[in-house]
Design a protein around this ligand. Structure first.
Ligand SMILES: Nc1ncnc2c1ncn2[C@@H]1O[C@H](COP(=O)(O)OP(=O)(O)OP(=O)(O)O)[C@@H](O)[C@H]1O
Length: 724
């Protein structure tokens, strides 16, 4: 048996290693350093040695590889020559040298030495719909971010296309490599803005040999809940307001309220009275226990039952009773249906879902919990006939907040059901033939009890309990556990998170080892951030550090000039990042009616095309484009991950700005830009995001007059009606 499991462990280890090696096959070796001390070093996606333990390849994250990214002619770090290798499959198809040995260079040579050829070649490549790793061309300012210390909160502020996302992913890989033990156990959480975006980035870490990272959105953060519904910006803004923490706390206390009138319970010939002093005493005890609601219930119930037992003893003429008699009477009362139902009304077991739906569904409860809100704000929270399946992304932090205050449902309740399930399981085991079904049923029940059924498949849990299936990885265990504390948390597009979402994120990272990347100028959410101080000071005032990225690797100069004019309308003090590339295509404008034909023409030019539209026009324009270009995918709001993948693989994707966040395409057409700018309080930032998604070509189509920032775009020459 022992040998079996050892063999299995080895098999698993080698299988993991093999999977890693396959994953890094593309571009395995990409650099060479000629070093004065270390000799010749090859740099690659991971480290390799030969049978005699001589190093063949150095992992890009190792300290000796650092000069590959940082060495300059003025600070060569012991390197005489840096060579970039371009490979196709296993063949080297090009080399590009930087000579850093100053003595052998003329002044002119020195001025032109920056190794840009490899970078520019990488940036010009046609987009595949998936983000790629950039290990071969990481720039020095990016390398500083990637290798920054694990501890503390690091903010990476940078304009569009400065590589914030890709750098954050490489930082995750670097941290896992450098602090493997600590992070493998606790895991790394990466939060992105939407599910399409997660699909867009999910290949990067595996291609660097890292798989144990959990990618999620705020909407997916609460196990068992999928946030798919959308809501108006003003509702989202209110739900993200920090005052909601108090509203939730009051909503919980409201469920512990003492009724004005005493409650009479008739048991056979006697009638017991649950009166105010009794209830107040029980509630005070429960509150003083400082336990969350569902656990404090036990204290409340015990105190109340004791008082009732004493009353009962008096009424049946028993007078003073000892502890043992008290316990007997109490346990009898506990099972009385009339008392059970009174207890359930006085201090109900509550799940976060029930609490929130009860709150949204009742003006009375909203009135009681939301006394700090205006009547108009309370109306915004109202939801008629809410169903559990209709959660929005801004509900998720509120569910999390509620879960914190409510606690788990009392253990013995869970245990009683689990014990029953276990007995059933034992019986089923004896009956051998139905063994597997019973295990699955049991697992399913456990999952339902813990509210995780949507997250971990019951079959999988059953396999794990039997001990013959794959173990859940750290990332999988973390995903299923609301209270998991991660070793490091990376938040991308962090400017979008509301104060309530930050509370949920901070709860998951008690050590405050975090990387927060974003761009304040791109904030689109009405509940999002106006400054990093505002976001972080409540948690780590004066204890966070900031790095800035200043070069735009995505958007060419010609396109960025247009976006920069829109940026100036948001705040003249804001500066767009400098672009490194020029293209031969000027941004254009055309009538809205020409959209389908123009999109067709764009796809014919090649590459991935996105049409970014105002929310209100998504369905109509989506339909028109889909009719003109077969294979078009329209990304509906809150679409699932699978839909995101379809959109990224399609030749044309039509989407709103919310779903375009963080993505990039070869060609982008923005429909009715001024409607996008007017559709919410942060509309101009949305327009800025839309205009900065293209790597090659950009156009706008409109019926409404264009604002001054876009007015002088040249008209695109008419496209023949057949789009050819
Ligand atoms: N050093 C680099 N080498 C090659 N490509 C790079 C490099 N840095 C960034 N890029 C590319 O530039 C593009 C923009 O990067 P990324 O999406 O990470 O930017 P961002 O700052 O997150 O943008 P936004 O805020 O607009 O979403 C990507 O295609 C990325 O691969």
């Amino acid at each position: 048996m022992q040998n079996m499991s050892e063999r299995d462990a080895f098999a698993e280890m080698h299988a993991t290693r093999l999977a890693r090696l396959w994953a890094v096959e593309r571009g395995l070796v990409f650099g060479r350093l000629d070093h004065t001390d270390e000799g010749r070093l090859y740099i690659g996606k991971l480290g390799l040695t030969d049978d005699e333990q001589h190093r063949l390849l150095i992992d890009w994250r190792a300290p000796v590889a650092q000069p590959f990214y940082r060495a300059t002619p003025s600070a060569p770090m012991g390197v005489t020559r840096r060579r970039h290798l371009q490979t196709k499959g296993r063949d080297v198809v090009g080399v590009d040298d930087d000579l850093l040995d100053l003595d052998s260079l003329t002044d002119d040579d020195r001025a032109t030495l920056n190794g840009e050829a490899a970078l520019l070649a990488a940036l010009d490549e046609r987009r595949t719909g998936r983000m790629r790793d950039i290990v071969a061309t990481i720039q020095s300012e990016q390398d500083r971010v990637i290798r920054s210390d694990l501890n503390g909160v690091l903010v990476v502020q940078g304009g569009p296309g400065t590589g914030k996302t890709v750098v954050a992913l490489h930082r995750a890989a670097y941290l896992l490599y450098t602090h493997r033990q600590r992070l493998e156990r606790r895991g790394v959480l990466i939060l992105g803005p939407n599910l399409t975006f997660l699909r867009y980035i999910e290949q990067v870490l595996p291609s660097l040999g890292e798989t144990d990272v959990l990618l999620s959105t705020v909407g997916e953060l609460y196990p068992g809940v999928t946030a798919t519904a959308r809501e108006r910006p003003e509702v989202a803004a209110l739900k993200g307001d920090p005052r909601m923490a108090d509203v939730i706390a009051r909503a919980v206390r409201d469920r512990q309220k003492i009724p004005r009138q005493p409650i009479e319970v008739t048991l056979g010939r006697i009638t017991l009275t649950i009166d105010r002093p009794m209830l107040e005493a029980a509630r005070n005890k429960a509150t003083r226990s400082r336990r969350p609601h569902n656990q404090a219930r036990a204290v409340f119930v015990r105190s109340l039952l004791n008082a009732l037992a004493r009353q009962q003893a008096r009424k049946i003429g028993k007078g003073l009773i000892d502890e043992e008699e008290l316990a007997d009477l109490r346990e009898e009362l506990r099972t009385e249906p009339a008392i059970k139902s009174a207890l359930n009304r006085l201090w109900p077991y509550l799940t976060p879902q029930r609490l929130l739906l009860g709150l949204y569904g009742s003006p009375d409860r909203l009135g009681a919990a939301g006394s700090a809100l205006t009547p108009e704000e309370r109306r915004l929270l109202r939801r008629e006939g809410s169903r559990a399946g209709e959660w929005t992304e801004s509900d998720v932090p509120l569910l999390d907040e509620a879960a914190e205050l409510l606690g788990e449902i009392d253990e013995h309740v869970l245990r009683a059901s689990a014990m029953q399930a276990e007995e059933e399981l034992a019986a089923a085991r004896q009956a051998e033939q139905s063994e597997r079904e019973a295990e699955i049923a049991y697992a399913r029940e456990v999952l339902e009890l813990t509210g995780l059924s949507d997250v971990v498949e019951a079959e999988r849990l059953a396999e794990r309990q039997r001990g013959d299936g794959p173990y859940l990885t750290t990332a999988e265990r973390a995903a299923a556990d609301r209270t998991w504390a991660y070793g490091h948390v990376i938040v991308d597009e962090a400017q979008e998170l509301s104060p309530m979402a930050w509370r949920a994120v901070m709860r998951r990272c008690p050590t405050r080892s975090m990387t927060i990347v974003g761009d304040i100028a791109q904030t689109g959410s009405a509940a999002g951030a106006r400054s990093w101080e505002e976001v972080l000071d409540p948690y780590v005032a004066g204890r966070w550090r900031q790095e800035r990225l200043s070069v735009n690797y995505r958007t060419p100069v010609e396109l960025m000039a247009v976006a920069a004019r829109v940026l100036a309308t948001i705040d003249p003090a804001l500066r767009a990042p400098d672009s490194v590339r020029e293209v031969d295509a000027r941004p254009w404008a055309a009538p809205l009616t020409a959209l389908p034909a123009l999109v067709k023409a764009e796809t014919d030019e090649g590459g991935k095309v996105a049409v970014v539209v105002p929310d209100a026009l998504l369905a109509t324009l989506g339909e028109q484009v889909a009719a003109a270009v077969p294979g078009t995918v329209v990304v509906s709001p809150g679409a699932a991950r699978a839909k995101g993948a379809e959109a990224l693989d399609a030749p044309v994707a039509v989407m709103s700005v919310t779903d375009a966040k963080g993505l990039e395409f070869d060609s982008v057409v923005v429909a009715e830009p001024d409607l996008i700018a007017a559709q919410s309080p942060r509309g101009p930032s949305d327009l800025y995001v839309a205009l900065t998604r293209a790597t090659q070509r950009l156009g706008v189509v409109h019926e409404r007059p264009l604002s001054p920032a876009l007015r002088d775009l040249p008209s695109r020459s008419p496209v023949p009606a057949n789009g050819l």
